[in-house]
Ligand binder design. Structure first.
Ligand code: S3P
Length: 165
């Protein structure tokens, strides 16, 4: 099992697909799976059920994956580290990979994204920096491997991860 964690826009999803090519393991995109199960988009889940309901579903899915017999490359939602129960799962794996990026890179990749309720109002790099900072210890405590992604292609990053596994 490989868990990719990191702030929104650090490339978890793109990198998971590059890792799939190298490792021949199935990808589990947690956000996509949660959308599929709920039958509605993430902004709709946040608006209609609230963020905590989304977090409950996210935690249940993470637990389910950690107990699964299938070896997945899991692309986690950026907020998965917010709950201690999730961090306790992620910390157990040396193959929990933290992807990082500067606030400028995140702003360029994902700023104003309507599909990300927590980023759609992020208008500046300093705004994103503050949000990243609030989570940074959570990300670090879960990470077995950390890879900075600025200026690298998803393919480069996937190779770097495989070398470090
Ligand atoms: C979130 C990140 C999103 C998604 C939701 C909340 C967060 O996933 O789970 O919008 O709190 O960081 P990505 O990191 O894939 O954008």
């Amino acid at each position: 099992m490989i868990f990719l964690i990191g702030f929104m826009g650090t490339g978890k999803s793109a990198v998971s697909h590059e890792l799939q090519k190298l490792l021949q393991l199935p990808v589990m995109e947690m956000d996509e799976e949660l959308v599929r199960r709920a039958g509605k988009s993430i902004p709709q889940i946040f608006a209609e059920n609230g963020e905590q309901a989304f977090r409950d579903q996210e935690s249940a899915l993470l637990k389910e994956l950690s107990e699964s017999d299938t070896d997945y490359i899991v692309s986690c939602g950026g907020g998965v580290v917010l709950r201690e129960e999730n961090r306790a799962i992620l910390r157990k794996y040396k193959s929990t990979v933290l992807l990082t990026a500067t606030p400028e890179t995140v702003l360029m990749r994902a700023g104003g994204d309507e599909n990300r309720p927590l980023l759609k109002d992020a208008l500046s790099a300093s705004d994103i920096a503050a949000r990243m900072e609030a989570r940074s210890t959570f990300y670090k405590e879960c990470a077995g491997i950390t890879v900075a992604t600025d200026g690298k292609t998803p393919e480069n990053i996937a190779h770097e991860i495989v070398t470090n596994l």
